[in-house]
Write a protein that binds this ligand. Sequence first.
Ligand SMILES: *Cc1c(COP(=O)(O)O)cnc(C)c1O
Length: 432
Amino acid sequence: MADTPTPRRKPKPEVTTIGGRTLKPATLMMGFGYDPVLSEGSLKPPVFLTSTFAFPSAAEGKRHFEGITGKRPGGADGLVYSRFNGPNQEILEDRLAIWDGAEDALCFSSGMTAICVLFLALCSAGDVIVHSGPLYAASEGFVAKHMSRFGVTYVDFPAGATREEIDAVLEKAKAQAAAQGGKVAMVYLESPANPTNALVDVEAVRDARDAVLGADCPIAIDNTFLGPLWQRPIDQGADLVVYSLTKYVGGHSDLVAGSVSGPERWITPIRMMRNTMGGIADPNTAWMLLRSLETVELRMTRAGENAAKVCAFLKDHPKVEGLGYLGMIEDARQQDIYERHCSGAGSTFSLFIKGGEAESFRFLDALRVAKLAVSLGGTETLASHPAAMTHLSVPEDRKAALGITDNLVRISIGIEDPDDLIADFEQALAVV
Ligand SMILES: *Cc1c(COP(=O)(O)O)cnc(C)c1O
């Protein structure tokens, strides 16, 4: 290929060190991947509302399409058409990759789009998916109800499983794949699991994968609950990191988006599938996420501190039966995983009220600062009842196995004044 080097849209290499010091993500979020000179000096990136991009020459148009169609890895090195890429999305992807310590990232129109495109890109008929359980209900449903229609089966294991248990599950999956004429396509994890907050031992999964399957089977993990601040799963051996950016990263409960980050080897086929299907985040959402990333560390730090204070108050309250909070783990193995994998306990936890559904509903209806809504990771505190809401359609026996009881209230702490939140919980518990 006779390549004429063309200037990239963004200046490379970026300034990521000063005097031998590596700049931190919080610093890089203000400018990385964007050169104001290319946009009339606009300090902030404009929102690029266009469906297509003019090529400087026919040869460059051809070259860009080689990136789009996968003839060259790494995607197009220029802008082509807004189903494939765009300036706002590319800046966002560069900045997301920084948080995860990943080679590259892809943004999507929702967390579920990211997850579905990931499965469709990496699985073929006859393959087996191994996943931890429980997963986000829509993820679990996509594997069980939809991938199965294309001849892809699954094997699952409980989030807290040990190395020996994971080994056994991978052996079982390997035999199942051989019998179906396929491969084990992926190990898909979610940690901490919702709503139990059980942690997966990613290091043990990596060691088991290396021993039983080899490196050709990627480990993907949904890091929505603790990422990007409190958990960097690539450091523990995950290959791909998945997010619902709707939650902590977006952080203001005003957008829906998702992402996948990882090495080119796995990102390239996922990018190809996204190029075909669409599902890239729109320019306005990508722009909003750039704004959100500037404060993600501040917001998550404050929310985490608030959650620690609120949980310290709730812990010994006479109307509280218990807490599922990563800052107060009672199981020694779970505590060990926490110490190896996490740098903070997050701000989403389970509150078990003394009583059942009636007592929980009374508590929820009495809250005045906290809002009664599903979702998490926003600036505002939210409370919901999984058994009656997000997990309403889950069969009773599975609910019981997952610990989704009628007295479980799910709480996502925001960035309000912590004493105001404590006052709100105090008065709502008094009504129970
Ligand atoms: C919300 C959520 C998703 C789905 O993300 P959307 O942006 O709503 O599509 C996936 N995984 C987890 C853990 C989530 O909390």
